[in-house]
Design a protein around this ligand. Structure first.
Ligand code: ADP
Length: 483
């Protein structure tokens, strides 16, 4: 890989059972740079057999890992955290090359991803149980929290490092081994993390990375009874399939699925702050995050003023190769992503929407797309119902709190929602009425390692990060002690 200070971080092999290896038949998948369409390298195209070996290695490693005192597991996680910071520049560069996000955002993700190791290193020591007053004079009740066992994770391309660390850090802290199948578009960040895991002293089998066929690897991960827990981040469609597949062996699951975030601007909002929040929430990662604002609802009294300020801010965003200084909007991940964005725009225009800025593939070509603002949106348009996953801000007008809450909740998704208001009573009323797992109030950014990330409705089950995140990798055992 070009210009890495530590080329050893760039690996084109998988890390299974503490060893670097190829696919059994030697097959590979090529990985391309979405900004230039150049080939970056290749990774093994593994399937069920290799995945089974990773699962068996994890199962063999489990007894020792769970028996290790939490403070020793924590020390390893802290070393991994330190190594990520030491290699932050190279990790960010690998990420930008394979994913396309601007280098500054990639650096931000590396720090965010590393923070999960620090957080869960601390939480590892606090997996407290409970004692419960017994209803009987002759028994005592004690509750222990124990690691669930071998875990498997399937992760997406939009956050190539953080979606792995927030699963792996929690699993390892809880005393579980975990194997990861990263998205085939962004495997190099995952493999770089494995290099650092090895250096940090994670024992063989406790953390593995398997790249290759999603259906074959996913099939083995979901069907193998040795795997006790599956954690998935990705689309609701694939999440549904994986939940069905895990049903045969009744696995514990965490599902971080799609969103369709409303972003509401009330007429008492600080409009400049709301514009800033909308830019951060909507255009980060070129609109390719599951918590990106997907529908912007603006009160009729401030609609025109907000639209004008937003358009001005959006025109200031620079599109380009994420490695270039000053770029804030990288390419979309691939051609299907461009098609979906264009279809959503075309559908809106056919139904009477107006383009305030952008609206087309960028002059740079490829998968670069103009940051777009659409006005005169209606609930019948596709954008209102589906996740666009691109740099398109559609503006809807509303006139009352009740109306906007109904529109905001009118979706099968329930991940993140945002609103701007300075009226304390309204803040509480709206926050409680929104059917979402996370609500940003006067802010466009909600994710951090200390807070519980997750959704309701068809956006998923489980929480990642925070003290709740550890529970997702633990099971409760109750001891009934007769006297
Ligand atoms: P996105 O729309 O973000 O690409 P996907 O749900 O398609 O999300 O992909 C997220 C992850 O799930 C990727 O690692 C992908 O390879 C994996 N994946 C896709 N289809 C399947 C499947 N049938 N079984 C297991 N994993 C899958």
């Amino acid at each position: 890989m070009q210009d890495l200070n530590t080329p050893t971080l760039f690996r084109q092999q998988c890390y299974v059972a503490g060893a670097w290896c190829d696919a059994d038949q030697g097959a590979v998948i090529e990985v391309t740079n979405p900004a230039t369409h150049e080939t970056l390298g290749s990774v093994p195209r593994m399937g069920a057999a290799e995945t089974r070996r990773a699962i068996e290695a994890a199962n063999d490693a489990w007894p020792q890992w769970r028996a290790m005192p939490a403070r020793e597991r924590a020390a390893i996680l802290r070393r991994w955290h330190g190594l990520m910071h030491r290699h932050a520049d190279d990790l960010a560069r690998i990420m930008t090359l394979e994913q396309g996000k601007p280098l500054a955002e990639a650096r931000g993700e590396v720090a965010y991803a590393a923070a999960y190791f620090e957080w869960f290193a601390e939480e590892a020591k606090r997996a407290y149980g409970d004692t419960i007053p017994s209803p009987s004079p002759n028994t005592r009740i004690v509750v222990l929290k124990e690691p669930v066992g071998v875990c498997a994770a399937i992760t997406p391309w939009n956050f190539p490092a953080a979606m792995i660390t927030r699963k792996a850090a929690a699993a390892l802290a809880a005393g579980c081994p975990i194997m990861v199948k990263p998205a085939s578009q962004t495997p190099f960040s995952a493999l770089a993390l494995a290099v650092l895991a090895e250096e940090a002293g994670v024992p063989p089998g406790v953390f593995s990375v398997v790249t290759g066929s999603a259906s074959e690897i996913g099939g083995e991960m979901t069907g193998n009874p040795l795997v006790r827990k599956l954690s998935f981040t990705g689309s609701t469609e694939v999440g549904r399939t994986l939940m069905q597949q895990t049903a045969s062996t009744i696995k514990k699951v965490s599902m971080e699925l799609g969103g369709n975030a409303p972003f509401i601007v009330f007429d008492d909002a600080d409009l400049d702050a709301a514009v800033q929040g909308a830019i951060a929430s909507k255009y980060r990662n070129t609109g390719q995050t599951c918590v990106c604002a997907n529908r912007l609802y603006v009160h009729e009294n401030v609609y025109d003023a907000f639209a004008q300020k937003l358009v001005e801010a959006v025109r200031g965003l620079r599109v380009g190769n994420g490695l270039e200084e000053g770029v804030s909007i990288g390419p979309l991940i691939d051609e299907p992503a461009v098609r979906k964005v264009q279809e959503h725009i075309d559908d809106a225009l056919e139904q009477g929407a107006e383009v305030l800025t952008g609206g087309r593939v960028h002059a740079l070509g490829g998968t670069f797309f103009e940051p777009t603002v659409l006005a005169n949106m209606t609930p019948a348009m596709r954008v209102a119902k589906e996740e666009t996953f691109g740099p398109v801000a559609p503006l809807f007008r509303f006139s009352s709190d009740a109306e906007v809450i109904d529109m905001a909740n009118d979706t099968e998704f329930g991940l993140a929602a945002y609103f701007y208001s300075r009226d304390l009573g309204r803040v509480w009323r709206v926050a409680e009425a929104l059917e979402y797992g996370m609500v940003g109030i006067n802010t466009g950014i909600v994710s951090n390692e200390a807070a519980p990330f997750g959704g309701v409705k068809q956006s998923g089950v489980g929480r990642e990060g925070s003290r709740y995140g550890l529970d997702d990798y633990m099971v409760i055992k109750y001891l009934c002690m007769g006297l």
